[in-house]
Write a protein that binds this ligand. Structure first.
Ligand SMILES: Cc1cc2nc3c(=O)[nH]c(=O)nc-3n(C[C@H](O)[C@H](O)[C@H](O)COP(=O)(O)OP(=O)(O)OC[C@H]3O[C@@H](n4cnc5c(N)ncnc54)[C@H](O)[C@@H]3O)c2cc1C
Ligand SMILES: O=C1O[C@H](CO)C(O)=C1O
Length: 581
């Protein structure tokens, strides 16, 4: 470990462990991105989390908090400090009579589900998987598919965050409401979320049924019951077959009935499909045939030919088999625009450019299926919305998710053109990208404009709670209209001196990772350490002004008070260093 870190650590409370390692190789679930953090830190208590933030502040390091690494983009990549709360994952309290549950923020949804079940409780809505941490699910606006539910985070009642000044702040719709709205989709950029209180619901089973529809039938029924006939509905669209699998579920009292085995749910089908996808990277024109064969084997070759049904506990039945490493590019748009969006994309993929009106050539391009078609309705929720909620505030939302598998971790050749065209269409339709996924063509200014005053409010809270940019990196710089500044506040003239820039991304030199990319940050603290020899470096780490109520020492200030002062712009005293000094 860098001796300067050890030196600063020695000034902190020796009774508080600093659980870090130096040889961690981070990667996303899909093994699309890799990075080698300087330190990988797994705290177990709030004092440990506060101490590591204090240490990072003194050592001028950026912090990234990672959950289960299921966000497909480079959002969680860093060469600085990577904090993981897998060991900070207990249930703090459960009230079965009200369903109110408070947990440590590192808990994974799967463990949460198992533990809640003992109290007769469950989450009322889930996405396709339950491997994520609860903090990660909240941070990117994870959703399932139901017009009777909004984002999975809709059930959140309050959050506790450790901010860049080391303080624990709690927020809810009534306590620091702006911090709450910013924290509901935080993109990891506000601080470390340590505590989550949410409303669970009584455990329930679902009866689900899936069947093959023709695409014209899906579009015909779009506004007449497709999405409203059942509580949970999702559609997998097969573009070349011009067909879709419609999956629907409702709560039920029927006895449990496990799903039948499926073609690619079994080892043989799984490997056949994987190898066909691999072959298609060399011979892309087989993809329409692969779609016909694999989805025919899986779901039946004709509309209505095979209907699959099961009754399962919701926390299992709502999930699905996500198969292989993949790119996913998903956008949220008003539900009523679905038929036009799907119609035009379908036309483009099938070579009808006049109907598609998409200014990219589809010639020779073949893509994977499915395009996932899902819905939510966040307009039904009376609670404050996340500032960065991509869904429609005044009606139902459609999500279109263009999936591209990476057989044997190799990128498919169609990716660039498909996603360019898909994103072009999504932008033309006024859609907003899912924060966690692989979007590429929006500038920070465009994203800022799409969110308008909500982006401004989020940015305002962010800059108040993290003055130096301890929690932001290149992903945020690339996508958000951050106040970067051109001034002379720091030796290198930026307002966010801890923001981690990308130095390079290169083919990961790690065996067996296919086309995985290694993300390398700028390790700017090394540059800054040199700059400290320079007179301009006088404005070093102690320059940062953090708000504390005048009558409080840092250890006794309540977080709510300090955040309120900060929000009112009344607080401006130097923060003496954290605990143990
Ligand atoms: C196979 C698969 C299926 C998926 N299915 C769905 C789906 O159905 N619906 C959907 O909407 N999305 C889906 N996703 C996306 C996934 O739900 C999100 O990417 C989610 O954010 C992942 O959670 P995580 O714990 O892995 O967080 P990470 O990916 O590790 O982190 C995500 C963000 O959360 C921040 N973060 C994590 N923990 C904390 C913390 N304690 N404090 C502050 N910030 C924190 C990180 O800094 C980062 O900005 C899927 C992804 C995969 C790979
Ligand atoms: O990101 C996602 O991956 C799966 C699809 O395999 C899913 O539903 C997402 O959302």
């Amino acid at each position: 470990m860098d001796p300067s870190i050890l030196r600063e650590l020695s000034k902190l409370d020796p009774a508080v462990p600093f659980r870090s390692s130096t040889d961690h190789l981070h990667h996303t679930w899909a093994k699309t991105f890799f990075s080698r953090p300087e330190l990988y830190i797994r705290p177990q208590t709030i004092p440990e989390i506060q101490q590591l933030v204090t240490l990072a502040r003194r050592c001028r390091r950026r912090i990234v908090t990672v959950g289960s690494g299921h966000s497909p983009s480079d959002l969680t990549c860093t060469s600085s400090w990577l904090v993981n709360l897998d060991d900070f994952n207990r249930i703090i309290s459960v009230d079965p009579s009200t369903g109110s549950v408070t947990v440590e923020a590192g808990i994974r949804l799967h463990d949460l589900g198992t533990q809640l079940e003992k109290h007769g409780l469950t989450l009322e809505n889930l996405g396709s998987i339950d491997s994520q941490s609860i903090a990660g699910v909240i941070a990117t606006g994870t959703h399932g598919s139901s017009l009777r539910h909004g984002l999975v985070s809709e059930c959140i009642d309050s959050l506790g965050l450790v901010l860049a000044n080391g303080q624990l702040v709690r927020c809810s719709p009534t306590n620091n409401p702006d911090l709450f709205r910013a924290g509901l989709v935080s993109l990891g950029a506000l601080g470390i979320v340590v505590e989550v209180t949410f409303k669970a619901t009584q455990t329930f089973n679902i009866a689900w049924r899936q069947e093959r529809y023709s695409l014209p039938r899906v579009l015909d029924e779009w506004s007449t019951g497709l999405w409203t006939s059942h509580e949970f509905v999702r559609v997998w669209w097969m573009p070349y077959e011009k067909a879709a699998i419609v999956w629907r579920a409702d709560k039920t009292d029927l006895p449990l009935r496990p799903p039948p085995t499926s073609f690619y749910g079994d080892a043989l089908g799984y490997h056949i499909y994987h190898n066909l996808l691999a072959l298609s990277s060399y011979v892309p024109r087989i993809l329409p045939w692969v779609e016909w064969f694999v989805f025919g084997m899986q779901y039946g070759f004709r509309a209505g030919s095979t209907i699959t049904e099961a009754v399962e506990p919701a926390r299992e039945g709502l999930l699905m088999n996500c198969l292989y490493s993949q790119f996913v590019n998903e956008w949220a748009l008003p539900l009523e625009k679905g038929p036009e969006a799907i119609g035009r994309l379908s036309a483009w993929l099938n070579g009808d450019t006049a109907t598609a009106r998409i200014p990219f050539s589809p010639k020779g391009l073949y893509v994977h299926c499915p395009v996932e078609v899902r819905v939510s309705d966040t307009s039904l929720n009376a609670k404050p919305r996340p500032f960065l909620d991509p869904t429609c505030p005044d009606g139902p939302t459609l999500y279109l998710n263009a999936t591209l598998y990476r057989p044997y971790l190799r990128d498919p050749p169609c990716k660039e053109r498909y996603y360019e065209a898909f994103e072009w269409l999504m932008r033309e339709m006024g859609a907003k990208p899912h924060w966690a996924k692989n979007f590429n063509t929006l500038s920070p200014q465009e994203l800022g404009a799409a969110y308008g005053s909500n982006m401004e409010s989020w940015m305002k809270v962010r800059s108040q709670v993290d003055v130096d940019g301890m929690f932001v990196g290149e992903w945020h710089r690339r996508n958000l209209p951050l106040e970067l500044g051109q001034g002379s506040e720091t030796p290198d003239g930026e307002k966010l001196p801890l923001l981690e820039r990308e130095r390079e991304r290169r083919k990961a030199d790690i065996s067996g990772v296919g086309d995985g990319v290694e993300w390398v940050g700028d390790r700017r603290w090394q540059v800054q350490a040199q700059a400290q020899q320079h007179p301009l470096a006088a404005l070093d780490m102690e320059k940062t002004v953090y708000p504390l109520p005048p009558d409080h020492s840092p250890s006794t200030a309540t977080s709510e008070e300090s955040f309120d002062l900060l929000a009112k712009g009344e607080a401006s005293i130097l923060l003496p260093d954290g605990p143990g000094v």
